[in-house]
Design a protein. Structure first.
Length: 61
């Protein structure tokens, strides 16, 4: 059984994962889709964007 606090944390994590992935192009989404938590997903996305053409475009803007 999950405690109320664990349920709340999972709900927030699902929301965060959803918000992080909604605007991603399919090629990036497919690379980071396997991460289970929003934190892991965020870290992978940050690593990917720092070394990619998408990150270069953002840095130029």
């Amino acid at each position: 059984m999950w405690s109320d606090q664990e349920k709340s944390v999972q709900k927030i994590d699902r929301l965060a994962r959803s918000l992080l992935t909604q605007g991603l192009p399919n090629d990036i989404y497919s690379l980071i889709d396997s991460y289970k938590t929003a934190k892991d997903l965020w870290d992978a996305l940050a690593r990917h964007m720092l070394g990619s053409e998408y990150g270069e475009q953002d840095r130029k803007a």
